[in-house]
Design a protein around this ligand. Structure first.
Ligand SMILES: NC(=O)c1ccc[n+]([C@@H]2O[C@H](COP(=O)([O-])OP(=O)(O)OC[C@H]3O[C@@H](n4cnc5c(N)ncnc54)[C@H](OP(=O)(O)O)[C@@H]3O)[C@@H](O)[C@H]2O)c1
Length: 451
């Protein structure tokens, strides 16, 4: 029987899950003619108590030594961090050792270098776990959709922000209170800004974009906004407007250019993404041939993530490169130019702090004088003040800051308004829906928004 010797970097939440699953599935491996044996592990703290038995495994504190050790056949990287993790991964790949990694931070930033090392030695790199953990989206893009033209990939890919937004909605907590709760429950990274500022979602989007469009867009080039500016009033108003707020990571082809962005968005309650809560993730793909595909599942947690790692290991053990980098890479005639978010147009949710409900009609009329049609409105009065929430028709993003400054000068508007984009890819439907609600079902589709 062929034995594959595994070196693993990190034995924390995910690493310990991998150890558990390796043990649990040993009979399955053997039935299929191979054995997977964990032989070496690198950790930071040698004396730390672990929930798994590492008896018979060589444990050290030097990730690079494990990656370079001639006595391993495969490297698993579940350590996190950037430089050390990348250096170790590249060291293994460049000497032909396959690498399975859950570390989106290192992969997204060093993708070109990983690709180069993998191509140079012919070693495979599996990274299913790095992108929405247990959702097999990388495998699907690499195999089942290998030659599919994709025009949109978007989704809810960060469980922590999802938890915080859900908590704000259900309890009336402020962002700071919900973040404190998520931190106390251990749902945030050591540095919570990686989640709440959208960085983690942007890293995952980099990996998705590479597999969907064959193009490397580093996280720094992705328009990224987090959720820290979302307020209790936004939650109450969006509820009243029949929407939910989610952090959406998306890449879409617009007029032959690629727009990549991460930002909070209002999703209509009828949309699937509106129902994705807590640690669940969902990813939607669109393309001219298959129209729409949706993937939903657990995007974090010990066993969902470890299981995605294990399935990549098993793909390599079975002899295939599987969902590996470089895998099946699309070759666009030329890389798509990027379409900056500020050049696009969206429907917007606007939140205005106002003196009283008496000025609502005045604000709506004022917007109409600015050629901005209001599709829906809601008003709330809570302990913190009176707020007006509006959903506008499509407005160019480039007009927005001027519009906000002008709105601030309307009598009875107490502070500069804030905005959240609507999930752009269904704004036609949303507009139609809102118009139907106002004007009845007889409305013709062509009377919808100007696009
Ligand atoms: N947790 C999830 O749900 C999840 C989901 C998807 C992807 N991921 C990714 O999976 C990776 C691991 O996440 P995790 O939650 O398992 O993290 P974790 O619980 O913090 O574990 C990290 C492990 O790496 C070790 N380590 C860290 N720096 C090291 C260094 N310089 N040298 C040697 N060992 C080092 C730590 O050692 P000690 O134990 O001795 O401190 C620990 O065992 C990350 O890249 C994360 O983004 C996690």
């Amino acid at each position: 029987m062929r034995t594959i010797r595994i070196g693993m970097l990190g034995c924390g939440v995910v690493g310990q899950g991998v150890v558990k699953l390796l043990k649990k599935h040993q009979p399955d491996f053997q039935r299929n003619g191979f054995d997977l044996k964990l032989t070496q592990v690198a950790v930071k703290h040698l004396g730390k108590h672990r929930e798994v038995d590492l008896h018979g495994v060589r444990v050290c504190q030097d990730p690079l030594a494990v990656a370079k050790d001639p006595d391993i056949d495969l490297l698993v990287e579940v350590m996190g961090g950037r430089e050390v993790a990348m250096e170790a991964g590249l060291a293994a790949l460049s000497r032909g050792i396959p690498v399975v990694s859950a570390n989106k931070a290192a992969l997204a930033r060093g993708l070109s270098r990983y690709l180069e090392a993998a191509a140079g030695s012919g070693a495979a790199l599996g990274f299913e776990a790095a992108c929405a953990a247990h959702i097999p989206i990388i495998e699907a893009l690499d195999r089942s959709l290998a030659c599919e033209e994709i025009t949109l990939v978007k989704g809810v890919v960060n469980g922590t922000t999802n938890y915080i937004l859900t908590l704000m909605e259900r309890t009336g907590f402020s962002f700071a209170e919900a973040l404190a709760d998520a931190t106390a429950k251990g749902f945030t990274e050591a540095d919570p800004s990686l989640d709440v500022d959208g960085i983690d979602a942007a890293e995952k989007l980099t990996l998705l974009v590479f597999k969907a469009f064959g193009q490397y867009v580093p996280p720094e080039q992705i328009h990224t906004e987090g959720i820290s500016r979302v307020t209790r009033a936004d939650m109450l108003l969006s509820q009243a407007l029949n929407h939910r707020v989610k952090l959406i990571a998306g890449a879409r082809v617009v007029d032959g250019k690629l727009n990549c962005s991460v930002h909070p968005a209002l999703i209509h309650r009828g949309e699937l993404l509106a129902d994705v809560d807590s640690e669940f993730n969902a990813i939607i793909l669109e393309g001219p041939a298959f129209k729409e595909l949706t993937f939903m599942g657990k995007g974090a947690g010990q066993l969902p993530t470890a299981s995605a790692v294990l399935n990549d290991i098993v793909k390599f053990a079975r002899g295939g490169r599987g969902a590996a980098l470089p895998g099946f890479v699309k070759a666009p005639a030329a890389p798509l130019a990027q379409a900056p978010t500020k050049h696009l147009a969206y429907c917007y949710f606007l939140r205005l702090k106002i003196l009283s409900s008496g000025i609502v009609d005045g604000v709506v009329s004022f917007l109409e004088t600015q050629n901005v049609k209001v599709l829906s409105k809601a008003y709330i009065s809570d302990g913190e003040g009176d707020y007006l929430g509006l959903i506008t028709d499509v407005v160019k993003e480039s007009r927005l800051s001027h519009l906000m400054a002008t709105l601030r000068r309307v009598d009875g508007v107490l502070e500069e308004p804030a905005f959240i984009r609507l999930d752009k890819d269904n704004y036609r439907d949303i507009v139609e829906h809102e118009q139907r609600a106002y004007f009845g079902a007889s409305l013709e589709r062509q009377s919808g928004p100007r696009v």
